[in-house]
Design a protein around this ligand. Structure first.
Ligand code: HEC
Length: 96
């Protein structure tokens, strides 16, 4: 029998494709392979941290919101990206 309710799974992006989204949009300001700051903090191990710079817990939802809304120091980056590109980007960030 088919499950009637699908679990609320995160959209499963493709981390490999997300890497090029990152390189095109984020790499200018963020390292992916270290925590050393460039313009913004290095993002290696991002999803292993407890909190984001805006003090929210690290979760897919909060990282998406930060990308879309930016912060006082980071410009909003969501506008130029398609939904599937964002899914791929998140999958990539999770792999760092
Ligand atoms: C123009 C430079 C710039 C670009 C482009 C940029 N960021 Fe940022 N980012 C920053 C800065 C600066 C901060 C620190 C924000 C603060 O302290 O308020 C930041 C913070 C972050 C954080 C929080 C890190 C933490 O440790 O809490 C994440 C996640 C992030 N950026 C992801 C991205 C992603 C993904 C992209 C590409 C879609 C991107 N950023 C593009 C400058 C940038």
């Amino acid at each position: 029998m088919l499950a009637l309710r699908l679990p609320a799974v995160a959209a499963d992006g493709d981390a490999k494709k997300g890497e090029s989204v990152f390189n095109d949009n984020c790499g200018v300001c963020h390292n992916a392979d270290s925590t050393d700051a460039k313009v913004g903090p290095g993002l290696k191990g991002l999803f292993k941290k407890a909190k984001l710079v805006n003090d929210k817990p690290v979760s897919e939802e909060n990282v998406r919101a930060l990308i879309n809304e930016g912060t006082s120091a980071m410009p909003p980056m969501g506008d130029g990206m398609k939904a599937d590109e964002k899914d791929n980007l998140i999958a990539y960030l999770k792999s760092l």
